[in-house]
Design a binder for this molecule. Structure first.
Ligand code: BG6
Length: 464
């Protein structure tokens, strides 16, 4: 392989609620993640003293981050994507003053990264928000939450302006349509209009955060974060192709607003046709004009779309109800593996927006086995990542501007959808099972040295 550009950033991505644990330490408040111990599609559980959930400790990154960052450094990371837990900074969400202990924790984390020359990329809200804002305001359904988020964003930009130059607003903002509690803090959305109104507030908040970042840290770059849910038509029937275009627009519309500063015509038509009347003020319209500097996205799989009711019926209940592609194999969790789709998606986003792109999540969730000699030979993970990175290289050759690649879960962590430890993504194994048993000891897998070599050669060691 031709080496990737010199400035290309290499690393991994983690999220506070899936690694930190310490869910009540340092004055942290409860978040939506803390009350969903079984993951983003699980039930809400009222927390009572003495109860526990897997994420309460997670992989104890809150206490073990120096050890973990030393391992990332050993692999040669130049970038680590992390998130700030909003509830460490504003425990209930509506305080006027931030929690100093929470701010101090991230100071230490960013200093540790700096000591290894690893650039932090920080997501402001990765699948969590203060539970206080859900209970007392109804989450993003209430316009006042925009102001609380802006205060939080300005607080962290001001505090970390010398330490963090890469920012993201909301993780997988388009998932709000599928997981409204995690996405927009709606406990029981009554209607589609309610979800879109909450999303609108979040999009305005995202744009205000972009503006704040530009004002406070002029030399920083701030991006959005989309779940890159690329869909293909199941057949070449024009109706299938049209339906696929509509399906892709259900997630692209977030990018359209964040890159272009206004609602696209097809969404206005959708709202008209479905009698959805959003409350959009003149101030909102002005705020949306502040657009992002780059686009970031996660990429795990693709799916197919058809108008054939029988095929759709079979697909109900799959993740995002995608019809399976007969040409692709699936992971143990049924996620279809499609490296070429990553090249297609990179080209599609580049052609559509002409803004730099950053792949901030990609990886294989799989069960790992420890051999008698203590080794973990995760060849399946190596081949998944190799094949995807080869396609990133192809996209770069196509002329797409790609800033970097942070694979998901460089160290095993708690999965988002079902809060499982057994769905492992890491180059580093963590001794903990789905019931919370284990020593939390870290161990290098075979993929650890493989990724180290890929980074050291800037991708030249990849196998096309
Ligand atoms: C993305 C999320 O959806 O996918 C991550 O941003 C998540 O938080 C990742 O962990 C993989 O999903 P899962 O359910 O396998 O953890």
């Amino acid at each position: 392989m031709k080496p990737f550009p010199q400035a290309f950033l290499w690393g991994g991505a983690i999220a506070a609620n899936q690694v930190e644990g310490a869910y009540q330490e340092g004055g942290k408040g409860l978040s939506t993640s803390d009350v969903q111990p079984k993951g983003i599609f699980g039930d809400v559980v009222e927390r009572v003293p003495g109860d526990s959930g897997i994420k309460d400790i997670a992989i104890d990154f809150y206490h073990r981050y120096p050890e973990d960052i030393a391992l990332f450094n050993e692999m040669g990371f130049t970038c680590l994507r992390v998130s700030v837990a909003w509830t460490r900074i504003f425990p209930q969400g509506d305080e006027t003053q931030p929690n100093e202990a929470g701010l101090a924790f991230y100071d230490k984390l960013f200093d540790e990264l700096a000591s290894h020359n690893i650039q932090p990329m920080v997501t402001l809200s990765h699948y969590e928000m203060p539970w206080g804002l859900v209970n007392n305001y109804g989450g993003w359904g209430d316009r006042r939450v925009i102001g609380f988020f802006e205060r939080y964003a300005r607080t962290v930009f001001t505090r970390y302006k010398e330490k963090v130059k890469l920012w993201l607003t909301f993780n997988e903002i388009n998932m709000s349509l599928h997981a409204p509690l995690t996405g927009v803090g709606l406990k029981a959305p009554g209607s589609e209009a309610e979800i879109y109104q909450a999303i609108h507030h979040q999009l305005v908040a995202s744009a205000l955060a972009v503006k704040a970042c530009h004002d406070i840290i002029p030399d920083a770059r701030i991006g959005n974060m989309l779940l890159g849910g690329l869909m293909y038509p199941l057949t070449c029937k024009p109706d299938d192709v049209l339906e696929t275009m509509q399906q892709n627009r259900t997630w692209l519309f977030f990018g359209d607003i964040q890159c272009r500063g206004e609602y696209p015509g097809y969404m206005l038509r959708y709202f008209r046709d479905n009698h959805i009347q959003l409350n959009i003020t003149e101030e909102d319209r002005a705020a949306l004009k502040e657009t992002i500097d780059f686009i970031s996205f996660s990429y795990y799989m693709t799916g197919c779309v058809t108008t054939d009711e029988e095929e759709n019926q079979k697909a109900r209940g799959n993740i995002l109800s995608m019809v399976p592609n007969p040409h692709l194999k699936s992971s143990e969790w049924g996620w279809q593996i499609d490296p070429v789709g990553l090249r297609i998606l990179l080209n599609l986003l580049w052609d559509r927006y002409q803004k730099p792109l950053f792949i901030v999540e990609n990886g294989l969730g799989a069960k790992d086995k420890i051999e008698a000699d203590g080794s973990i030979n995760d060849t399946y993970r190596i081949s998944y990542l190799n094949d995807h990175l080869v396609q990133v290289g192809e996209a770069i050759e196509d002329g797409v501007q790609v800033l970097g690649y942070t694979c998901w879960g460089p160290i095993d962590l708690v999965s988002a959808s079902k809060a499982e430890m057994s769905k492992r993504y890491g180059f580093i194994y963590v001794d903990r099972d789905d019931d919370g048993n284990g020593t939390l000891e870290r161990r290098r897998k075979a993929s650890f040295n493989w990724y180290k070599e890929v980074i050291a050669t800037r991708g030249a060691s990849l196998k096309p």
